[in-house]
Design a protein around this ligand. Structure first.
Ligand SMILES: C[S@@+](CC[C@H](N)C(=O)[O-])C[C@H]1O[C@@H](n2cnc3c(N)ncnc32)[C@H](O)[C@@H]1O
Length: 216
């Protein structure tokens, strides 16, 4: 699943993963983490997700990371957030408005230690094939502060029934990826009914939510 796959997806308008509503699991669970004004949240592989706005409204410092410029620019223009500032460094173009910064570039180049209080992951870990998920988890692990919390939403299904993305990520894999540094709590598991979205066509597909707390 190289960068070109996603660049083509955006160029060709294959972005059905995008939701016009705030994610119901975000609005249900994030408040239970007791976020405070001025704390920081990392939103990896953020696309043009409306969830960034919901987090912004909590007065958090929101940092999205997204590969495709059109996705980032659409986020600001579709939500009428202007003026937007643009800053370039070696690896990223940073777009910002008030307390939101979206860094456009390759998430695997993020090199920040203990920088965030929260991570919000919807359609991000599951966007990557198995062989990339370990490296992804390493970036998450170093970015989050000790004591930081990670709200993770994944899909679980029979991988032979659908070619990802989104990929199926099992609870065993989540343990394998994160158990060395996180306490992992299962929050919910729901069977997804057909809703026009490609993954929902798979019989028995479940949306599973975890809360991970970084303990070392
Ligand atoms: C399935 S979409 C999910 C977007 C968003 N999380 C949401 O809920 O709408 C995955 C996104 O990850 C982006 N992406 C894929 N690989 C990336 C990488 N290495 N660095 C940054 N973004 C990446 C894609 O361009 C795409 O917008």
């Amino acid at each position: 699943m190289d960068a070109q796959f996603w660049i083509n997806a955006w160029n060709e308008g294959r972005t059905k993963f995008h939701q016009e509503e705030y994610h119901q699991k975000l609005t249900e669970y994030f408040p239970t983490l007791h976020p405070k004004k001025g704390q920081s949240v990392l939103v990896p592989l953020c696309g043009k997700s409306k969830d960034l706005l919901w987090l912004h409204d909590l007065k958090l410092n929101v940092r999205g990371v997204e590969l495709h410029h059109d996705a980032v620019e659409s986020f600001f223009s579709e939500n009428k957030l202007s003026p937007m500032q643009k800053l370039q460094d070696q690896d990223f173009t940073h777009y910002s408005y008030e307390n939101i910064v979206i860094s456009c570039g390759d998430f695997f180049k993020i090199n920040e230690n203990n920088a965030y209080d929260f991570v919000y992951d919807r359609a991000s870990l599951v966007a990557l094939p198995f062989e990339m998920r370990k490296n992804y988890a390493e970036v998450i692990k170093r970015s989050l502060k000790v004591g930081g919390k990670y709200l993770l939403i994944v899909y679980e299904y029979d991988q032979s029934k659908l070619e990802g993305p989104p990929f199926s990520v099992s609870s065993e894999e989540i343990q394998e990826l994160y158990k060395d540094q996180f306490l992992i709590k299962h929050l919910s598991s729901d069977t997804v009914t057909k809703n026009g979205d490609r993954p929902s066509t798979v019989e028995g597909l479940r949306q599973v939510v975890y809360l991970l707390e970084k303990v070392n």
